[in-house]
Design a binder for this molecule. Structure first.
Ligand code: APR
Length: 320
């Protein structure tokens, strides 16, 4: 049986890391596409030359021609510009919307059966536009944000509690922006919810509030440290987790920016919700019950995403 084909649209910091991880995990053959001439070719060759030492079987090809992504099983989109210190993800909207148009058309014409994972920011608006531009079914187009935001939350919690990250479950809802909602009530250490851990004296409400805020600011913290770009190792790892769930039909329960059609009270837009990812793409959305406070935070986040979607419609009338 032929190996799956993984097309990476954008061969920058995240794209290169995605290619490396996909090859190391032998998820399939990798095509790196970028408009910058030489970059995808150079990265593909460099990575292929790591194969003999690493011992992976995966072909890597770099290209500037969309025809080379033909028949891809998975497309992961990072094309666009990342933010610099002082910028919010939303500041990228105008420029990255144009990029989504060309990428969406490239996928539509060459890989219409692919499972598409968008990483380009501002995430929730860009994945919405990418689905419109590509015309692919909504359950086959999703955005990577929740796995990353949850991983950040889990990391900070595991350090606070001095326990293995493996035993910390957490998820983050809403848009991938300043208003995201790290869910305290649904996050646990080996099944014990965070509020119970406060009662047990493992942490305090103040410390937990600080961790929630640090999670919300997780991307900006890295941008501030790197100064020349945004995070790439953890974003790439998160998207690979989603791609693997699809390719291996794992039915993983992962938060991602999924198309909501009445789910969690949200209609006709993409926002971060817990989903099941398997061979059918986004197979299900978990319609969890939110309490009053969580619902208010979620609504604020959804409204922020709505504002960005409206801004997209204002820029490109074909989306209206
Ligand atoms: N088509 C294909 N590739 C493009 C296009 C386009 N129209 N426009 C830009 N690119 C490529 C650039 O040439 C660059 O190689 O996208 C790549 C982006 O790589 P980086 O600048 O290194 O950005 P990266 O850190 O990978 O982040 C990409 O993900 O997390 C988000 O906010 C981040 O939107 C940004 C995206």
């Amino acid at each position: 049986m032929a190996r799956p084909k993984i097309a990476l649209i954008g061969a920058g910091q995240i794209g290169g890391t995605l290619a490396h991880l996909a090859a190391l995990k032998e998820l399939g053959d990798v095509v790196l596409f970028d408009i910058a001439e030489g970059t995808p070719q150079g990265k593909a060759l460099d990575l292929a030359e790591s194969g003999p030492s690493e011992g992976f079987d995966a072909a890597l090809k770099g290209t500037n021609d969309y025809a080379d992504i033909a028949g891809a099983d998975v497309c992961i989109v990072t094309a666009g510009v990342p933010r610099k210190p002082g910028m919010s993800r939303d500041d990228l909207l105008g420029i990255n919307l144009k990029v989504m148009k060309s990428v969406g058309e490239g996928i539509r014409d060459n890989a219409p059966d692919a499972f598409v994972i968008c990483i380009t920011n501002p995430l929730d608006a860009m994945v919405w536009a990418l689905q419109k531009f590509s015309g692919l079914p909504a359950n086959k187009v999703c955005g990577m944000a929740g796995v990353l935001d949850s991983a950040r939350f889990r990391h900070f919690l595991s350090v606070e509690f001095n326990v293995s990250m493996k035993d910390v479950t957490a998820f983050v809802l809403g848009g991938h922006g300043d208003t995201m909602v790290p869910s305290v009530r649904y996050s646990t250490v080996a099944g014990v919810p965070l509020p119970d851990l406060i009662a047990m004296g493992w942490t305090t409400q103040d410390k937990l509030d600080a961790i929630v805020q640090r999670t919300r600011d997780g991307g900006a913290e890295i941008v501030g440290l790197l100064k020349t770009g945004s995070a790439f190792y953890a974003p790439a790892t998160s998207a690979i987790e989603m791609a693997e769930a699809y390719l291996k039909d794992q039915k993983r329960v992962l938060p991602c920016a999924a198309f909501c059609d009445g789910d969690l009270g949200v209609s006709d837009m993409y926002v971060g919700v817990p989903t099941v990812i398997g061979a059918g793409g986004v197979e299900r959305i978990l319609n969890i019950k939110l309490n009053k406070e969580e619902q208010e935070m979620f609504d604020t986040s959804v409204n922020a995403v709505k504002g960005l979607v409206e801004a997209c419609k204002g820029i490109d009338s074909s989306l209206a």
